[in-house]
Write a protein that binds this ligand. Structure first.
Ligand SMILES: [Zn+2]
Length: 340
């Protein structure tokens, strides 16, 4: 089958070529991939992969949607069913799995990170990791949900506890996770403020009725305090890291929460411990979401609660071009890989 394989580290190591067809053990499904999406973590795997147990060559790609080719008759699925792929393979037996928190599984294998991913014509994975998709569902939007939206869901609703009447700052709102968090916080009835830069992104956010702070031109924390009558926000969603950390802390109201899921700009900002305890601020790390959160996310999407923004669509053979677009400053929303 055709696949995008990471053979060696670096851009030149990303190869579109032949890979062996996946093998389906009992309890698993063989899925024909229809679409996938690119994520920052793909670039991390391409360029470093440090701290993630895996072996090269490995098929890239973390989230996607497909159609079942082969599955056990007692699985509740049948060949031809359209399914979303939960991006984590989990053991189902450890204390975290039994508590329903699969991303913390002691044996977790994230697709495209710890095991072969989804930038391929076929994928095999446990049938319990599949979520049924309506036959008429938009495949390209669905393909965007697995990582960015699931991560944002847990940040906004799980760790962040955003709800009607709460206030939320989204840092770097053009990114995949941040843009998803912005839409989910609005869906929850929160008052949302976004930081971003570039005329197009600022205009896009403002057209949604969301106050947008240009972080290249303005002090974000000062602007947030001005917009909230000096109070600050209840929740900051920050996947930027070192560059935005100080502004995120200073934008928070007393008792506020900072939720982080990324450190693209570096991972060692000043902790500002005094500010943390005096103002009783809490900091939460978040990665992915549980299978149950994924199910709720998909149902909320099907009910029309939100619509993923698609920046562009590339064929499987042009994943390197999709990666280049992901890094382009004008990119806004998700980049989808169309496979079939
Ligand atoms: Zn487990």
């Amino acid at each position: 089958m055709k696949a995008v394989i990471l053979k060696t580290r670096g851009a030149e190591g990303v190869v579109y070529g032949e890979a062996p067809d996946p093998v389906r053990p009992p309890g698993w499904a063989r899925v024909r991939m229809l679409a996938a999406s690119v994520n920052r973590v793909d670039l991390y795997m391409r360029d470093s992969g440090a701290g993630i147990t895996h072996a090269l060559p490995q098929i890239m790609g973390v989230d996607g949607v497909g159609e079942i080719l082969e599955v056990d008759p007692d699985s509740g699925f049948a060949p031809g069913d359209r399914v979303l792929l939960y991006p984590c393979e989990f053991c189902g037996r450890c204390r975290f799995c039994l508590a329903g928190d699969q991303p913390l599984c002691v044996a977790v294998k994230i697709l495209g990170e710890h095991r072969d991913g989804v930038f391929a014509e076929e994928v095999a994975l446990p049938a319990v990791s599949l979520i049924r998709l309506a036959p008429e569902a938009d495949v390209e939007q669905a393909a965007a949900l697995g990582v960015a939206w699931l991560t944002a869901w847990r940040m906004v609703f799980g760790k962040g506890e955003a709800g009607p009447g709460s206030s939320v700052l989204i840092q770097g709102a053009g990114g995949g996770v941040a843009y998803a968090a912005l839409q989910l916080a609005r869906m929850a009835g929160a008052r949302v403020i976004a930081s971003t830069t570039g005329a197009q992104k600022l205009a896009h956010v403002r057209a949604m009725g969301v106050p947008a702070v240009d972080y290249a031109a303005e002090d974000v924390a000062k602007a947030v305090l001005r917009l909230t009558g000096g109070e600050g926000v209840d929740l900051v969603v920050d996947d930027v890291g070192e560059k935005t950390w100080a502004a995120s802390l200073r934008s928070l109201a007393r008792g506020g929460r900072l939720v982080t899921c990324g450190a693209t700009t570096g991972g060692h900002p000043s902790a500002e411990i005094q500010r943390l305890f005096v103002r009783q601020i809490s900091v939460h790390g978040s990665t992915m979401g549980s299978l149950d959160e994924f199910r709720r996310l998909v149902r909320a999407w099907e009910a029309g609660g939100f619509a993923p923004l698609i920046d562009g669509v590339f064929p499987l053979s042009e994943v390197p071009a999709a990666f280049a677009r992901l890094e382009h400053p004008a990119r806004m929303g998700k980049i989808v890989i169309r496979i079939a």
